[in-house]
Design a protein. Structure first.
Length: 253
């Protein structure tokens, strides 16, 4: 799926909502229910692999079956493996095979801190995306990400500027956390024509309005991920997704 195709889906649905399938305790039937209820209001799904890995082979089986279900029922939805991998050589190549061949995700989240050779095996796959952690908004994010280098550049900015040369905007996007909206703006300034995946809206305190204000481009180029506030909503996943999608849609009129 290209940047143009994904933006076209967003504009058509007037929604850039990505639903995080972070379900505990694990249940394929619950995943199916969440998918069915939220698909009309979303353009993407993002399982966090930690919720599946912790259950051993049964968890991996559930993840594979969840991916297969989405591919069958909603082939137009963008599918992200939130795996946050980061390694080199044959290990990176096997991770790429896992998520792009074995399970047919559209994208996988990666840590950029081992450099280009940790990302290159993933970029060998056509029509697949790498999503690099750029500037997260957890409390300790500035332990490293905002460190100033010898030339005055902040570390996160240096990473983005280097990574912008690794692949075009049809294959590489960035993560920016929603709970510090000014940081979303900072990432957007460093990556003006890239997709941004923005987690942290809902339970973690980020807001749709601030994310859109600081991250959306004229074309769109943004995926807003909501996990707990949807999958654990007392009103049900569908009702919660509809509410978030309604907040988003007015920015895509």
């Amino acid at each position: 799926m290209t940047r143009q195709t994904l933006n076209r889906e967003i504009q058509s649905r007037k929604s850039c909502l990505c639903v995080g399938l972070d379900v505990s305790p694990l249940s394929l039937e619950l995943n199916k229910r969440i998918i069915e209820e939220t698909a009309p209001y979303s353009v993407a799904f993002k399982p966090n692999t930690a919720f599946y890995e912790s259950s051993g082979w049964q968890g991996w089986k559930c993840l594979e079956e969840t991916v297969s279900y989405i591919r069958t029922r909603y082939p137009g939805h963008f599918l992200i493996a939130d795996a946050k991998r980061g390694d080199i050589g044959n290990t990176a190549r096997e991770y790429a095979r896992t998520f792009f061949e074995r399970m047919d995700f559209d994208a996988v989240t990666l840590s950029p801190y081992l450099g280009f050779d940790s990302v290159a095996p993933f970029l060998e796959y056509k029509n697949k995306w790498v999503i690099l952690l750029a500037l997260t908004s957890n409390p300790s994010a500035d332990d490293f990400q905002l460190r100033e280098l010898s030339d005055g550049t902040l570390l996160y900015r240096n990473i983005i500027e280097k990574a912008n040369g690794w692949a075009d905007n049809d294959r590489l996007m960035y993560v920016a956390g929603a709970t510090r909206p000014e940081w979303v703006r900072m990432v957007r300034e460093a990556a003006p024509d890239r997709f941004l995946l923005i987690p942290g809206v809902g339970t973690q305190g980020g807001t749709v309005e601030q994310v859109i204000k600081n991250g959306k481009t004229k074309e769109g180029d943004i995926l807003i991920n909501v996990s707990r506030a949807i999958v654990h909503s007392a009103d049900g996943p569908g009702a919660a997704a509809k509410l978030f999608a309604g907040s988003i849609s007015r920015f895509f009129s």
